[in-house]
Design a protein around this ligand. Structure first.
Ligand code: ACO
Length: 323
């Protein structure tokens, strides 16, 4: 068992809320279409913040709540598919802003699985040699959304969430994990392509910054590969699905989550959802939900929880952890 404790969590979402009804004034869609297919009513959209601004808010809140100094941190990992820039990475901007002079900082890009991949990395870092670090999922997906494309514009939202992770001697932390990449199906979900305009370029590759998603293929991938990954993680332990207290799944679509609950014959109450308010916030979604559950005392120490991200790459990340 890799031992770590999630000692604090925090969230930062932009204050501007955009409802389905408001989107319906901008494009040919409706609250009914969006809600019945996805479970989403609202999403929070930035007005002037960038990804690092949200991540910095989360980091500062984690320091205030823990009473730690920024110089107590050994590392900062930011999971994001919508960084401010390719360099510096978002985590370095956070590190500089909070004055975490001893911490190394880097971004991890695995789309909606990003936070789970980052938690897996942090767990290994803590086990290997470090004492504590921040893991933050932060996204401003609204800059990757083509606001003329109703098939993707209605799905995504902006936000950030993060955790202070600390090494511990207590029997808590990672029970099992299963991380999956299916690069052969990468084309089903792309965003943020860069152009190469070098002087030697043959055929010019045009930039395509916007989300392109084959929704049906991604849906089928999720309902097939997420249960398979969860089952492989369970098979590494003596646990059955019944023994998991709460399943915290990436908040892309309520129908995907309902399908997975049914597949494991689990009550839907064990699969909390909040996409109704935030939409799909990619690397932030699992973190926002876990923070809300902690803040409302709906999860507590001693419980076993499953964290599952899935999306672009294509990727799936499953961690079974003991709180
Ligand atoms: N409003 C109204 N109609 C729409 C909208 C909209 N916003 N978007 C599409 N439609 C129309 C389509 O044009 C189509 O019309 P047609 O039949 O006349 O051609 C019809 O609605 C059905 O479209 P589909 O794409 O087949 O709708 P579907 O039932 O598959 O639902 C959805 C689409 C919600 C995107 C679904 O496929 C889905 O959830 N996929 C998974 C997405 C996901 O989970 N992504 C996670 C990863 S994201 C990440 O990693 C960043």
């Amino acid at each position: 068992m890799e031992k770590f404790v999630i000692s604090h969590s925090a969230v930062a979402v932009p204050s501007r809320v955009v409802s389905n009804d408001e989107l319906a004034t901008m494009m040919d869609t409706s609250d009914e279409w969006i809600y019945t297919r996805t479970g989403i009513h609202n999403r929070h959209i930035v007005t002037n913040e960038d990804t690092s601004d949200l991540a910095i808010q989360v980091a500062k809140q984690l320091l205030v709540d823990s009473g730690l100094s920024a110089t107590d941190l050994d590392f900062i990992i930011v999971a994001t598919m919508s960084p401010d820039s390719l360099s510096p990475n978002t985590a370095s901007i956070v590190q500089g802003a909070i004055g975490a002079e001893r911490a190394f900082a880097y971004d991890l890009s695995a789309a909606c699985s990003g936070l789970v991949f980052a938690l897996s990395t942090a767990s290994a870092l803590l086990t290997a040699r470090y004492q504590r670090g921040l893991v933050i999922g932060a996204e401003v997906l609204s800059k990757l959304v083509d606001w003329q494309d109703r098939s993707t514009a209605v799905l995504f939202g902006d936000g950030a969430a993060g955790f202070l992770l600390e090494r511990t001697e207590a029997p808590v932390g990672l029970l099992a994990e299963d991380l999956v990449s299916i690069g052969a199906k990468a084309e089903f979900l792309t965003a943020g392509q860069l152009a190469n305009r070098n002087a030697f370029a043959g055929e010019l590759k045009l930039a395509d910054p916007y989300f392109k998603m084959n929704g049906r293929e991604v849906y089928n991938f999720a309902v097939r590969e997420v249960p398979a990954s969860l089952q492989r993680a369970l098979d590494q332990t003596d646990l059955q699905a019944d023994d998991i207290d709460v399943f915290i799944l990436h908040q892309a679509n309520s129908r995907i989550i309902q399908s997975i609950a049914k597949r494991f014959k689990q009550p839907l109450e064990k699969f909390p959802m909040n996409m109704v308010e935030y939409g799909n916030t990619s690397a932030a979604s699992v973190g926002i939900l876990l923070h809300e559950l902690r803040a409302n005392n709906l999860v507590h120490s001693g419980q076993k929880i499953a964290l599952v991200g899935f999306g672009g790459g294509l990727t799936v990340g499953t961690m079974l952890i003991q709180l």
